[in-house]
Unconditional design. Structure first.
Length: 406
């Protein structure tokens, strides 16, 4: 879910400070008491909360995930810190920490359309992001995490837009019984993240395109996404990501009774930060994105004119650890060679293609060597010849690659 850059928004009740000054200055309320709910409340008895709002100007999902992680590890300094991050991504599919992308996503269509896959650190289900969906993240010390207050901020923002929103279960916000926001949590040592999405004008067709899993038999220990009746805010009221973000900032400051510092962040500002670079690399890493996948078995079936294939592929940490192929083919040696070639490769179109192209090349090379030695080829011109077997390997390759990415 994503939205237009939140940097383009401007709140009438808050002003944006420069990025560099935000880390060198300490913010304190302009007065010792603030108005809340029609009553005056004094703050002299306890240290004032330090509330900061970071707004990403980037739609790059890898950058935004890294920004959230960077803030999580480096900017929560005390129990008085309350950080709100507002961001929006371009088209992307985000899977939960323990999910299986082969089960949750249409990887071939994503690859065809250039839609990246990102695995987040928190749990929960797979979601589609685009510029019609906003993302909010609350960050604080684990000891002071108050999810109810965070949800109250979001609901108050929605109410301010003229939408009658309510909590639905523990993790969702609904309007007229339809889900407009879902969230997830993450704790690490002393810090916490509570983040979620808000559907404003997301492309529902893309949701169905990229989050529709294959009908192939796929058994997994990973967490499946739960289908839910979803709606865009624009189904109920005409609004935008920027307007929602402004309302969230207002509600965040009002509920915490402290004016919030606003900090806009872009990619250039963090490009030279070595600490940020490691988080950026992490969310683009194959091992994290695919290798983190729980063990699963993929069962694929097809028929060629030279025989049927019933393929069972066991995958662990994104790598093929065992292959069993049942077939009525007259070339059992070829079936064994395909099985052996696939073990140990990454379970991606690229991994399977490389392994089977190597096998095909070896078969052709052996055939050429036999011919050079002026020996009769195996099968005397029938399909038993190694060069012809290489063609069968390529047929199997094309089918497997298309099937696992579907």
């Amino acid at each position: 879910s994503s939205s237009s850059p939140s940097s383009s928004s401007s709140s009438s009740s808050s002003s944006s400070s420069s990025f560099s000054s935000s880390f060198s200055s300490s913010f304190s309320p302009s007065s010792s008491s603030l108005r809340s709910g029609g009553a005056w409340r004094a703050y002299s008895a306890a240290p004032a909360l330090k509330t900061r709002v970071y707004r990403s100007t980037s739609n790059n999902p890898q950058f935004n995930m890294a920004l959230e992680e960077w803030l999580f590890h480096h900017k929560i300094e005390s129990e008085n810190d309350r950080i709100l991050l507002l961001w929006t991504n371009g088209p992307a599919v985000i899977v939960g920490r323990n999910q299986n992308p082969w089960k949750e996503c249409n990887l071939s269509r994503m690859q065809e359309h250039g839609v990246p896959l990102i695995r987040r650190e928190s749990g929960g289900g797979a979601v589609y992001h685009d510029t019609g969906n906003g993302i909010w993240s609350f960050l604080c010390k684990k000891s002071v995490l108050d999810a109810n207050t965070n949800m109250k901020v979001v609901i108050e923002a929605l109410n301010g837009l003229g939408v009658e929103a309510e909590l639905s279960g523990r993790n969702d916000i609904s309007v007229d019984g339809r889900k407009v926001s879902g969230c997830a949590y993450r704790n690490h040592k002393t810090n916490s993240i509570h983040h979620g999405t808000i559907l404003v004008d997301v492309n529902k067709g893309s949701v169905n395109d990229y989050l529709t899993p294959s009908k192939a038999k796929l058994k997994s220990k990973g967490v499946s996404s739960v289908a839910a009746r979803v709606a865009n805010l624009n189904d109920f009221v005409s609004t935008s990501i920027d307007e929602f973000n402004d309302r969230v900032v207002t509600a965040f400051s009002s509920i915490h009774q402290v004016e919030s510092e606003i900090i806009d962040v872009n990619e250039e500002q963090l490009s030279a930060d070595p600490g940020f670079a490691q988080y950026f690399a992490h969310f683009g890493d194959w091992e994290w994105t695919y290798g983190k996948t729980p063990a699963f078995t993929h069962n694929l079936e097809t028929r060629f004119d030279w025989g049927s294939l019933d393929v069972h592929i066991e995958v662990k940490k994104g790598l093929v650890i065992e292959v069993k192929i049942y077939s009525d083919s007259l070339f059992p040696d070829l079936i064994s060679l395909i099985q052996e070639a696939l073990v140990g490769v990454s379970y991606t179109p690229e991994g399977l293609t490389s392994a089977l192209d190597t096998l095909s090349g070896e078969l052709r090379a052996k055939e050429a060597a036999v011919i050079a030695a002026d020996s009769a080829t195996e099968g005397s011109g029938a399909l038993g010849g190694r060069a012809e077997k290489a063609e069968l390997v390529q047929q199997a390759r094309d089918w497997l690659v298309e099937s696992i990415a579907d």
